[in-house]
Design a protein around this ligand. Structure first.
Ligand code: ZN
Length: 378
């Protein structure tokens, strides 16, 4: 991966020569953290706990005392695309290899117990994944001619319900979130918007890391700055369903509580990787390994550190300083953070609540910087 990226980047070797061994030590010094070492639970910065969307299929929303039998649970979850009342045709062969249903209530109380037992822990990875398919059983995969994965996909509504309950727990306990999102840019933007609209300051106080962010530069800008009403909502990698391609009904607001984290092993595959790195506001940028072999983690982090330098034109010292500052801000305890920033629209809504005599003329929804000024003139 590193060599492919170097080959794409003219001048890469020159830029790399600025990296001295001291930079590597300096950069890796602040690495042991939940967000950077995604496979480690380091007690100094806090482990993570949460249900990843890849493992959400055994979850049943029935109470623990009335969990459905396994075949019933999975028949309802994996339905035939041609007939939603029938089980998916592939289910029968996979059913014996699927885990028994797990009560979501029981899972959440275990999760809460684990989070409370580790006061510096965070919630994650949780999120949405439209690419994941349930793996085929070992005896099927043993024949190399067979695909690794089946065609069973956990429905997004099921994933979303699990994410939201874990977000509610994160809010209640005041924990940051690491959010996984694969091939679901529109759903992720809508979900962030929904949380912002419905969960108020509890959500805004949290820091949310969009880990291994795989959206387009445009979708990153939308999340950071909000979007004008006429702009398309989703990235080009996932066209919106018909009828929702433009923001005619509501205008996604900015999400000042989000950070964007990148790993070369995932985001580096994109030909737009550097454009994406440049689309991130400097104080929201994080890096990570997103790698499962612990011995490779430092090298993976070093790779993405170098890519950040190349993309942003920062030298090694500046890159270390910025990434470290961002990381430390991300993990700052909630009670030491400044209050969440409010957009002009939110300030205006508050003023409307305070002043019942505000005229309808002032109720347009734009978040434009001129709103404050306009109000000052009236
Ligand atoms: Zn992930």
């Amino acid at each position: 991966m590193r060599h492919e990226l170097v080959a794409h980047e003219p001048g890469a070797q020159q830029s790399r020569s600025r990296c001295e061994p001291g930079h590597r030590r300096s950069f890796l010094r602040f690495v042991p953290s939940f967000i950077l070492r995604t496979t480690l639970a380091d007690e100094r910065e806090g482990p993570r706990a949460g249900l990843h969307p890849w493992f959400s299929h055994p979850i049943s929303f029935s109470p623990p005392s009335s969990l459905p039998p396994k075949d019933e649970h999975y028949s309802r979850l994996f339905t035939d695309p041609a007939n939603p009342d029938a089980p998916h045709p592939s289910l029968a062969s996979l059913l014996p290899y699927l885990p028994d249903p797990v009560s979501f209530d029981a899972f959440l109380s275990d999760l809460e117990h684990n989070l409370v037992s580790h006061p510096s822990s965070h919630v994650g990875e949780i999120g949405l994944d439209r690419a994941f398919r349930i793996p085929n059983p070992p005896h099927v995969v043993a024949d190399k001619a067979n695909p690794k994965n089946s065609d069973l996909a956990t429905p997004l509504a099921h994933q979303l319900r699990i994410v939201e309950a874990q977000v509610d727990l994160a809010i209640r306990l005041g924990r940051n979130i690491s959010l996984h999102s694969v091939r679901a840019p529109k759903e992720t933007v809508d979900m962030l918007q929904g949380f912002k609209d419905s969960k108020g300051d509890g959500w805004r106080r949290l820091h949310v890391c969009l880990h291994s962010f795989g959206g387009s530069p445009e979708s990153a800008k939308q999340i950071q700055k909000g979007a004008s009403r006429s702009r398309p909502l989703s990235s080009s990698s996932s066209p919106s369903p018909r009828g929702t391609a433009s923001l005619t009904h509501r205008s996604p607001a900015a999400h000042p509580n989000t950070f964007f984290s990148f790993a070369t092993i995932i985001s580096g595959r994109s030909p737009h990787f550097h454009a994406l790195l440049r689309a991130i506001e400097p104080d929201r940028l994080l890096v990570e390994s997103d790698y499962s072999h612990t011995r490779e983690i430092d090298n993976q982090l070093w790779d993405v550190f170098e890519e950040v330098q190349l993309a942003r034109g920062w030298d090694a010292d500046e890159t270390v300083r910025r990434l470290e500052d961002n990381f430390r801000r991300f993990v700052t305890p909630l009670d030491e953070r400044p209050p969440p920033k409010k957009s002009n629209r939110e300030k205006k809504a508050e003023r409307r609540r305070e002043d019942m005599y505000v005229s309808d003329e002032n109720e347009e929804e734009d978040d434009g910087p001129g709103d404050e000024e306009a109000r000052a003139r009236t």
